[in-house]
Each structure stands twice: as structure tokens, then as C-alpha cells.
Design a protein around this ligand. Structure first.
Ligand SMILES: Nc1ncnc2c1ncn2[C@@H]1O[C@H](COP(=O)(O)OP(=O)(O)OP(=O)(O)O)[C@@H](O)[C@H]1O
Ligand SMILES: C=C(C)CCOP(=O)(O)O
Length: 262
């Protein structure tokens, strides 16, 4: 397997590692273990970010956490996504990946739902010492809202910019971004987004962070202000996570617009 010296960021979508349609947190154990094995075959530096799936969205919706502040709901939802994080970390360590959970609630402050600051020194040291930090969609404290839902789809581009990581893979339950005929869209840039926007919607399951549309918009914002290309691919299909880590262009590429040479 090709190993880049540069770290990569891999997102494990909640629609892949959980039964996102369930009304409580259910782990898709076989998929999680398969992905953990694929990750273990990669020897380079990596940050894993996973989604909340049915461990988070279900409770965030139940307690209206995308609409207002409910302290009991914050705790119940945070404790639930921590349980998923613990299962992800255990699965990775079962395959020899030195994974350590980093809960955003403990290191992040938001303002109106956008990351204002995140403590990163520990994450940098983990990468230096061969650990794999595992972050995840979480509830975090917010300077205006009290607390907010923080999506892994916002954490991934934030970490990429702050840590200058240029290869991002977001594993989801679909082959990538699909058009109305279910055909894979190979590339989306800020300029071509208008062409495809009407194909891209929220999640098919309970979701409070925008589904595929929210994901694509976060990655496009990143591509407007950096040279970073992201890949949205189907981590639910065997070997795809390995293929992404191995440097393949897989799924839908979210890329910067080509600069016109003058
Ligand atoms: N054009 C599209 N192409 C592909 N999927 C789409 C599209 N429009 C909407 N979707 C939906 O978006 C879902 C992927 O977004 P979602 O946020 O649910 O995934 P995830 O990142 O795995 O979940 P989580 O946010 O829990 O991590 C797909 O499973 C599909 O239901
Ligand atoms: C619903 C919560 C608490 C976090 C959602 O994070 P995501 O699943 O990465 O979008």
C-alpha cells in the first residue's frame, strides 16, 4: 500500500457505522469491523472523524437541539455519541490502530453553530507519536446558543485548514453524490455546484446536520479558500476505505475551481 508522509482525514459516516434509521443508537458492527481492518492496513498518519448516526441525530431531534437549548438533551445526546466513539476506538484498537477518542465537547467552542476555537495541541502530539485521534459529531458549548450540534462534516474541513491536511475522505452510505438517475457525479466544484444543487438533499434518515447537502456545502466552502480536494465515497462497500487511503480518486471529488492560466 502506498503510504503518504502527509496525514489524511477519514470521516466514517454515521449512515455507514450505525443503523441511522433506528430510533436509538445501533452500531453496524460488521461494517465497523471491516472498516477498522481496512484502516489498519494503512501505515500513514491519520485523523478519524465519525458521524453520530442514530447515536446523535435521534436524540438531537427528540430534544429539539437543532432549534434550542435543552441542558438535559445536551447531556443525553453527548453521552450517547460518546458511546459510539468508544465503540469506534475499540474496533480500531482491535486491529492494532492506536486510536484515542477526542470528544469535541471537551475541546471546542462554537458561536452560532460555527467553530470559534478548538484545542489542537494534543491532536498534533498524537499524530507525532503515532496515535490516531478519533473525533466525532458532538454537542458542544456555544457562545450565543448555549450549546449546538457540531457535525463531523464541519470538523473535517476545520481540521484540514488548521493542520494543513490536503487529503480528505468522507465515507457515506452512497457511492458519492448521485444525480436524479442515481448516477455518480464524478466532480463538483464551486462553479459547477449550481448545476448539481437540485439533486442534492438532506439525509434519508433522521438528521439535524443537513445530510448530503450539508456535507457538500461544507466541503465546497473549504475548496473555495484552499487547494484541498475531498472525496465522498461509499465506505459501506468493502475495500473502498482501503482504496481511498491508498491514494485512489474514488466517489465524488469536491475540488477547487481550475485557475485560468493567463
Ligand atoms: N444527491 C445525493 N446523493 C447521495 N446521497 C444523497 C443525495 N441527496 C441526499 N442524499 C442522502 O444523504 C445521505 C448521506 O448524508 P448523511 O448525512 O445521512 O450521511 P452520513 O455523513 O453518513 O451521516 P452522519 O451525518 O450521521 O455522519 C445519503 O445516505 C442519502 O440518503
Ligand atoms: C447529532 C449530533 C450530536 C452530531 C451530528 O454529527 P454528524 O453526524 O457528523 O453530522
Amino acid at each position: 500500500m502506498k503510504v503518504s508522509t502527509e496525514p489524511v482525514i477519514l470521516k466514517l459516516g454515521g449512515s455507514v457505522i450505525t443503523d441511522k434509521a433506528a430510533d436509538q443508537g445501533i452500531v453496524r458492527e460488521a461494517d465497523l469491523l471491516r472498516i477498522a481492518k481496512e484502516v489498519s492496513e494503512y501505515r500513514g498518519k491519520m485523523i478519524v472523524v465519525h458521524g453520530a448516526g442514530s447515536f446523535g441525530h435521534t436524540y438531537a431531534k427528540k430534544y429539539g437541539l437543532d432549534m434550542g437549548f435543552d441542558p438535559d438533551g445536551v447531556i443525553i445526546t453527548h453521552e450517547s455519541v460518546k458511546k459510539l466513539a468508544s465503540r469506534v476506538v475499540d474496533a480500531l484498537n482491535e486491529y492494532g490502530v492506536r486510536a484515542i477518542a477526542v470528544h469535541p465537547m471537551g475541546c471546542t467552542v462554537c458561536r452560532n453553530g460555527r467553530i470559534e476555537s478548538m484545542y489542537l495541541d494534543n491532536i498534533k502530539l498524537m499524530l507525532e507519536k503515532g496515535f490516531v485521534p478519533v473525533l466525532h459529531g458532538d454537542m458542544v458549548m456555544d457562545l450565543e446558543l448555549g450549546a449546538c450540534v457540531l457535525s463531523g462534516d464541519q470538523i473535517v474541513p476545520y481540521l484540514a485548514k488548521k493542520l494543513r491536511i490536503t487529503r480528505l475522505g468522507l465515507g457515506s452510505a452512497e457511492d458519492g453524490v448521485l444525480d436524479n438517475n442515481g448516477k455518480l457525479i464524478l466532480e463538483i466544484t464551486p462553479k459547477t455546484f449550481e448545476t448539481f444543487k437540485h439533486y442534492i438533499r438532506g439525509s434519508g434518515s433522521t438528521d439535524v446536520t443537513g445530510g448530503m447537502l450539508g456535507k457538500v456545502q461544507e466541503l465546497l466552502e473549504l475548496s473555495k479558500t484552499s487547494c484541498i480536494t475531498s472525496y465522498i465515497f461509499n465506505a459501506g462497500k468493502g475495500n473502498n476505505t482501503y482504496r481511498f487511503l491508498n491514494g485512489e480518486s474514488i466517489g465524488t471529488r469536491i475540488s477547487p475551481d481550475k485557475r485560468v492560466e493567463v
